[in-house]
Design a protein around this ligand. Structure first.
Ligand code: PRP
Ligand code: URA
Length: 209
């Protein structure tokens, strides 16, 4: 589990508490998910490489640095991943956004793919796959399988809450993918919901049942 980063910044932990609360309504839930995603983007991009750069300030020449290497791509897993896109874009506004539509069949718990639209140059981008919940790991593995089939070579996975089962499955299938989460919860229940979790992330974001 060496590739799992639990982001324990106090602001992240504070906001996470309130999205877990069953009394938090959709409006506040959406706002908090956006704020959390922005804070997480700050941590997730910490490992981006820098290169030397020179600028003229009004006073003198400054030998400074800028982000080097590949451009970024943000890939939400629909629907719930959509809630994390705007927060990420606030820190990396030039990133392109690709979408992968998957839902988890409630009976089989297997991911069912229904949509995909990706930037044409994903092979040249560092991709950040976003989905609030990593439960069994089936959706994350299917999304990353698909991205790799489409040529992706650099992928990070960001979620709000992970279950140990999902981390193990994702790590087993894609060991090089770094996983970032605000919390690693206890387990899954009989319906494969994360315990204690926050319930159904998509329903809470969009006010559906
Ligand atoms: C949720 C969540 C993940 C998936 C996690 O989506 O947003 O995509 O479940 O479960 P897993 O790790 O066991 O695959 P859901 O399938 O409910 O679809 P939605 O986003 O449209 O609500
Ligand atoms: N999907 C969710 O939205 N929540 C869970 O706890 C598990 C899967």
């Amino acid at each position: 589990m060496s590739k799992v980063h639990i982001l324990d910044h106090p602001l992240i932990q504070h906001k996470l508490t309130f999205i877990r609360d069953k009394n938090t309504g959709s409006k506040e839930f959406r706002e908090l998910v956006e704020e959390l995603s922005m804070l997480m983007a700050y941590e997730v991009t910490r490992s981006l490489p820098l290169e030397d750069y020179v600028v003229e300030t009004p006073v003198a020449t400054a030998k400074t640095r800028v982000i080097a290497g590949k451009k970024l791509g943000i890939i939400p897993i629909l629907r719930a991943g959509l809630g994390m896109v705007n927060g990420m874009l606030r820190l990396v506004p030039a990133a392109k956004v690709g979408h992968i539509g998957l839902y988890r069949d409630p009976e089989t718990l297997q991911p069912v793919e229904y949509y995909a639209k990706l930037p044409s140059d994903i092979a040249e981008r560092d991709l950040i796959v976003v989905d609030p919940m990593l439960a069994t790991g089936g959706s994350a593995v299917a999304a990353i399988d698909y991205l790799k089939r489409m040529g992706a070579t650099s992928i990070r996975f960001v979620c709000l809450i992970a279950a140990p089962e999902g981390v193990a499955k994702l790590h087993g299938a894609h060991p090089e993918v770094e996983i970032y989460a605000a919390a690693l919860d206890e387990c899954l229940n009989d319906h494969a919901y994360i315990v204690p979790g926050l319930g159904d992330a998509g329903d809470r974001l969009f006010g559906t049942k």
